[in-house]
Write a protein that binds this ligand. Structure first.
Ligand code: ADP
Ligand code: MG
Ligand code: MG
Length: 917
């Protein structure tokens, strides 16, 4: 080949160059080419290259699939390449497709870039026909096996390739089982299977209006087309929508020599994961069957055996399998999910992929693999998703409630705990009902089935929990539940599910559709009725280690929003490094305090306010003492009163209604007033007037925040006094206090100037009285666009900034959250006018730009200005990454989000360091 001449002048295009390379032998591919070869094919190629025992085969690329779907036919040159690759496989296998005496059989397997278990089609045993079946019988010395393989092909061909329903085929099988008085297809005689195949062919002919193709090449061609088309099947589309997989990737087709797990007692087939994917424990977990073909294990129709039994029954095979598992884990640097088949004492590897896992397992895998140095600590931190960490803080059943249920006899049964978490709800016996009740009517639903199938996924997604009577850890139900974080209990064999009549029985108890049950996916227990849920202890040792590593990588601080000491204690337990927001007004609502607050609000004069404020002071002081104690040594940011005053008063409408009612009753009582209603009326009337006077058209933009502080300086003075008195007292107790006083809703630096002068004076006065000095800071929320735009001016007065992104989002968009989220925002999201809910994920382009500007302008004036965020966005991973990029010092979020934020902040730092942002 004259490569040098080629470079200068374009050579006339050769035959091969004219068509793209559509087909790859396993030996030609590798694991990095998943886009082109699909996940299954790329990994089969990789295993082949690693020297593992993989039946020979080749891959038709995802590009060929896309070309086929676009044009409605195979792209030019593709089939010729298939023929050439097939010839090579025939040489490797020493058998030929369609050769009557020694036929090669192949499978035609789908396999997309991302694994979509069971969502697309696979056809096994291609190459059999009336002649070859006899050859296979002779070759294996097992006529029953050959006939069974043939009847499976005709059945799969009819259903998968020609799209016929499965029922007529199953009906034939059922009839023959009954006639032969056997329970399993495996017990049907060779001759019977031959008859069944003939009946299957008749079904195909009459229902598909074409004969089953006897020509193996035509079988292969039609199966390949069917696999390509299955990419656009409804099941596959639904799954991709739910899993967020793009619709234009296409599937590859893997054509591979068949090996047989159904050649007697020294054969078998199974699936396993290299570790326990529920708990993360490092041992092989899976199911297998003797004398069975691939599909039988996942179908859940025969009782499978745990993989541990393979060690007893076929120790040599088990040892080899364990060795391959270790090799694969090491090579792929992750836990693997593997399919294997044993053909007469010879082990074959049929698939490997990164295993789906629960949150608990994901964390343990990451830590264990890093400990074994298969991955670095940074990789371990990057492998666990924020959602995984979040799952650790998800509800579990309340232990007492559970014990009580057991005592009552409501623990119905125990199955396999395949996906952790607790869920209660009403029973739905099929996916459509589960979807209708769960997604549309917003009810808590537990979907129950004998086993689930790929077209049940929409119902599973809408359900709170999943329950099946059959299936194992690798069953469809288990796989899907884990992927979507749904609590699931499968294989509850004590439960007899009668889906047609919408009920199940356990012993003598009958449960019908709509009855409530509770499933505990962490323990595998099934309860009658609804149980109370609680948030679990945050004590998993693997999670603690992983988050410890994350802390070493992150540069953002993680603080918490906490109003009460108990929240602060919890937050600190989760790793919070400070309190970024304590909302003082929450404390005003407590029963002993609300009347005092109302009295203060309703007072006409400053003097009249002094009394109630003096009584409120000790309450507030105790609140702050509690917080300072809980956060000894860490900063505590206390925001002065923020909401409009009417929030503390009864509603105007209710009062007006009461007044009218009392007036009517008095007028009907004709001058008599035994109940003393006149007094009540006077009070209510006075209150009504006061409430009316405080009414605002737009309270959200009315007298609140700093405006209220300026309007009622005694109130905020009391709050500052409470803070400093508490700080002084704690100081005397030896507690290290770092109070930060935060003034909300600043729009103009003059507001801050006025407010700060008043409050500074009060703080100094308190310290003088107490004879104790504490260091405190004054800062502000940045939550009005004008504050961000003039952050330089504001920074002259403020020692710290905290972005209040809830209000900043409202005021930047000019929409009220309360009205938007229950109304037009949904429409906006459905119509894709907004990509995300801006109250959940920060609008980086708009609100984010204001934040960026605020940080920059503020630090120009005050280089050491501390800046954080305390809006709800502070716990959202995407927002956390943004905060990292714009140089915030910390994020503050709800205590339950603190662990998530620790991980997300580390991932943000790692991503930025790797130049990925
Ligand atoms: P899925 O993606 O639904 O798992 P697969 O292509 O993996 O579909 O195949 C379905 C079943 O058939 C699996 O159990 C697989 O191991 C088995 N299988 C596929 N190809 C072969 C083959 N060449 N020899 C033996 N078993 C096979
Ligand atoms: Mg598979
Ligand atoms: Mg606010």
């Amino acid at each position: 080949m004259g490569t040098s001449s080629k470079r200068k002048t374009p050579a006339p295009r050769s035959r091969a160059a004219r068509s793209e390379k559509w087909v790859y032998l396993f030996a030609e591919g590798n694991a990095r080419r998943k886009d082109l070869l699909g996940g299954k094919g790329a990994n089969l190629a990789e295993m082949t290259r690693m020297g593992l025992p993989v039946p020979p085969g080749f891959i038709v690329s995802t590009r060929a699939c896309n070309a086929y779907l676009a044009a409605g036919g195979f792209p030019p040159g593709m089939w010729a390449q298939v023929e050439r690759a097939l010839a090579k496989v025939e040489r490797q296998a020493g058998r030929r497709l369609g050769e009557p005496r020694d036929p090669l059989l192949v499978s035609c397997r789908s396999g997309a870039r991302f694994s979509m278990p069971g969502m697309m089609d696979t056809v096994l045993n291609i190459g059999l026909n009336d002649v070859a079946v006899a050859g296979l019988a002779k070759l294996t010395g097992d006529e029953r096996f050959a006939n069974d393989a043939y009847r499976r092909l005709v059945q799969m061909f009819g259903t998968v390739v020609l799209g016929l329903p499965d029922e007529p085929f199953e009906a034939v099988l059922a009839r023959h089982r009954k006639a032969a008085r056997v329970e399993n297809d495996a017990d049907l005689a060779a001759a019977t299977l031959g008859e069944i195949t003939e009946e299957f062919k008749a079904i195909v002919k009459s229902q598909a209006r074409r004969a089953f193709p006897e020509d193996p090449r035509e079988q292969l061609r039609l199966a390949t087309e069917a696999v390509f088309r299955s990419w656009n099947g409804k099941r596959a589309i639904d799954y991709r929508n739910a899993a967020g997989i793009a619709h234009d990737l296409g599937t590859a087709v893997n054509i591979q020599a068949m090996v047989f797990g159904n050649l007697g007692d020294r054969s078998g087939t199974g699936v396993l994961t290299t570790r326990n994917v529920t708990t993360g424990e490092p041992r092989l977990e899976g199911d297998w069957l003797t004398n069975a073909q691939g599909e039988d294990v996942v179908a859940g129709t025969r009782a499978t055996k745990p993989i541990a039994t393979l060690k007893r029954e076929m120790p040599r095979i088990h040892a080899e399998l364990a060795r391959h598992c270790a090799t694969l884990e090491k090579h792929f640097r992750d836990v693997q999910d593997i399919e294997f088949t044993i053909e007469r004492d010879k082990l074959w590897m049929l698939q490997t992929r990164d295993a789906k896992r629960t949150a608990q397992a994901a964390v343990r895998f990451a830590v264990d693999l890093a400990a074994k140095r298969l991955i670095t600590r940074a990789e371990a931190v990057e492998r666990v998703s924020p959602d995984h960490v979040d799952a650790f803080l998800h509800p579990q059943f309340d232990a007492k409630d559970k014990a009580a249920a057991k005592k009552r006899g409501d623990l119905l049964a125990t199955g396999l705990n395949v996906s952790p978490g607790a869920a209660s709800g009403i029973l739905a016996f099929d996916a459509d009902t589960a979807e209708r009740w769960g997604a549309r009517e917003k009810k808590a639903v537990i979907m129950v089935r004998p086993e689930t199938k790929p077209d049940d996924v929409h119902g599973m997604l809408a359900a709170r929990g999943i329950l099946t009577s059959r299936g194992g850890r690798t069953s469809h139900a288990a796989l899907v539940a884990r992927q979507f974080g749904k609590p699931a209990v499968v294989g509850v064999s004590a439960m007899d599910v009668d889906a047609a009549n919408r009920r199940f029985t356990i012993g003598t108890r009958v449960f019908r559709e709509g009855d409530a049950v509770s499933v505990d996916g962490t323990t595998g227990e099934l309860f009658a009725g609804e149980l109370k849920t609680v948030v679990p202890e945050f004590s998993d040792p693997y999670l603690a280690r992983l988050l410890g590593w994350a802390d070493g990588f992150r540069r953002l601080g993680v603080w918490a929003n906490a109003d009460y000491p108990r929240d602060a204690v919890r937050a600190r337990g989760y790793g919070a490094q400070g309190i970024g927001l304590c909302r003082t007004e929450h404390m005003f609502f407590e029963t002993e305090r609300l009347p005092l607050v109302q009295e203060m609000i309703l007072a006409d004069t400053d003097e009249a306010r002094t009394g109630p404020l003096a009584k409120l002071l000790p309450f507030q002081r105790e609140d702050f003492v509690g917080l300072f104690r809980a956060m000894d040594g860490l900063p505590v940011t206390i925001r002065l009163i923020d909401p409009p005053l009417h929030e503390f008063l009864p509603s105007y409408d209710e009062l007006a209604h009461d007044v009218t009612e009392i007036e009517t009753r008095l007028s009907m009582a004709a001058g008599k007033d035994p109940l003393g209603l006149a007094g009540t009326l006077a009070t209510k009337k006075r209150l009504l007037e006061a409430v009316n006077a405080l009414r605002e058209a737009n309270p959200m933009l009315g007298l609140r925040g700093v405006r209220l502080g300026i309007h009622l300086p005694q109130l905020v003075r009391m709050q500052v006094r409470a803070i400093i008195e508490a700080a002084c007292r704690c100081r005397r107790e030896g507690i290290r206090v770092h109070p930060k006083i935060m003034i909300p809703l600043i729009a103009h630096n003059n507001e801050l100037k006025v407010e700060r002068a008043i409050l500074d004076e009060e703080a100094k006065a308190v310290m003088k009285e107490q004879g104790v000095r504490v260091k405190y800071q004054f800062g502000t929320m940045i939550e009005i666009p004008r504050a961000a735009l003039t952050a330089g001016d504001i920074a002259r007065q403020a020692e710290f900034f905290s972005f209040g992104t809830n209000d900043l989002t409202q005021t930047t968009f000019g929409i009220s959250r309360d009205d938007a989220e229950t109304g037009f925002l949904r429409e906006y999201l459905e119509k894709r006018i907004l990509p995300d809910n801006p109250f959940a994920t920060l609008d980086q382009a708009g609100v984010g730009k204001l934040m960026e500007m605020g940080v920059r302008l503020g630090r120009e004036v005050r280089p050491d200005l501390e800046v954080g965020i305390c809006g709800e966005h502070g716990g959202d991973p995407a927002t956390i990454a943004f905060c990292h990029r714009i140089g915030l010092d910390y994020v503050s979020c709800s205590p339950y989000r603190v662990p998530v934020a620790r991980l997300a902040a580390a991932q943000a730092a790692l991503a930025m360091d790797a130049g990925r942002d």
